[in-house]
Design a protein around this ligand. Structure first.
Ligand code: UDP
Length: 355
């Protein structure tokens, strides 16, 4: 028998593989009152609109095996090319940065990829060694776009300016030298026809799988004998794994503020609108009706405001956290080796006061 902690996509896929391929029993414990982790979605009772509880999720991959796997269940995956607009200087600017964003925001007259490459080359700032996200962004899009699109949005999102964040945060912001306004370029970009919760239910639909909701792993481990499990697969956050560490990883959380507008077709022109302006309290607004072109007389918007308390969504990638994470991963590796070798070391590991 196997124990899996967490019923999000990772936990559910592993449970599906163990039960269907190995034909072994699985117990999944989930601290929330529902399966699906952060991908959890539901039909809003008032409007009939499918909404994500914890922010929008677009499934995208280039991996053929992953694509075949997700298509081997009943769910139909509907093509969805995600687009984002950012409201700046009273204009909706397409994100990621492309020819249209530069022309509209900076009154340029770029016509083609060659001119865009030249513009980028002229504006990108050269650094010998990129040390943080401010340098990363300026090296890719230059000072003006950085100030208008990135600096304040990032501050609102992280409560830190980009120069206080590891370069990886703004490394993943795509920049296009054409008119492509798609957020992702993967071969497969899709949404599940009946939602992620429905898909995850299909993954977990096996008599060998038992799901226990509303159960925290640290509580469970105090009251149950874990040595009965062949393997324990933990998909939760790494610092929660160590229940007795003094220092916690720093995360940003999101406060989701949901509003229903009856008898309104659409509230905004796109599924996601970003607000880099410091005077607006939220970072973005998601209007779920746009996804899968849903039909309803009403609409729902969810404004996202980030904060430090609440569920951890974004690990803060700065030097201190990366160091702490590396130490924690090191102990996880050791604990796996020791766990496999002998159960005798278990108490010793749980009592590590080092972290
Ligand atoms: N970002 C920004 N301006 C934008 C969109 C993103 O400065 O209009 C920065 C910001 O620091 C953010 C990061 O890029 O944390 C990644 O943004 P994305 O929206 O892709 O991340 P998500 O919140 O969807 O995971």
């Amino acid at each position: 028998m196997y124990l899996i902690i967490g019923s999000g996509l990772s936990g559910a896929v592993i449970a599906e593989r163990i039960s269907n391929i190995l034909k072994e029993k699985v117990i999944i414990i989930e601290k929330l009152e529902h399966i699906g982790g952060n991908c959890y979605d539901y039909i809003d009772e008032t409007t009939g609109i499918l909404c994500n509880k914890y922010g929008a999720h677009i499934f995208h991959t280039n991996n053929e095996e992953v694509w075949e796997y997700i298509n081997s269940f009943e769910t139909k995956w509907i093509r969805w090319e995600h687009k984002v607009l950012s409201l700046i200087d009273n204009k909706y600017i397409p994100i990621p940065i492309n020819i249209t964003s530069v022309n509209e925001l900076l009154n340029e007259t770029i016509n083609n990829s060659k001119e865009m490459d030249e513009w980028l080359k002229k504006n990108q700032i050269k650094y010998e060694n990129i040390k943080n996200s401010e340098e990363m962004a300026k090296s890719r899009i230059g000072e003006d776009l950085y100030n208008k699109l990135i600096k304040n949005y990032t501050y609102k999102q992280w409560n830190k300016y980009p120069k206080e964040l590891d370069k990886s945060v703004l490394e993943r912001i795509p920049v296009k030298n054409n008119y492509d306004t798609r957020y992702f370029t993967d071969k497969y970009q899709v949404l599940p026809d009946k939602g992620y919760t429905n898909f995850i239910k299909q993954l977990l639909n096996n008599k060998l799988i038992t799901i226990i909701l509303n159960t925290d792993y640290n509580e469970y481990k105090k009251n149950n004998d874990l040595s009965i499990f062949k393997k324990i697969i933990y998909t939760g956050s790494i610092d929660k794994y160590f229940d007795n560490i003094n220092e916690k990883l720093e995360y940003r959380s999101i406060n989701f503020i949901k509003e229903i507008y009856e008898n309104m077709n659409y509230y905004q022109p796109n599924s996601v609108i970003n607000y880099p302006n410091m005077n607006v309290p939220y970072t973005r607004i998601v209007e779920y009706k746009h996804f899968l072109n849903q039909k309803s007389n009403d609409t729902i918007i969810v404004s996202e405001k980030t904060n430090d308390i609440g569920e951890p969504y974004y690990p803060v990638p700065n030097k201190k956290n990366l160091e702490l994470f590396n130490i924690a991963s090191f102990f996880v590796k050791i604990s796996i080796v020791l766990f496999l070798t002998t159960q005798r070391y278990k108490n010793l590991l749980y009592n590590f006061k080092y972290l």
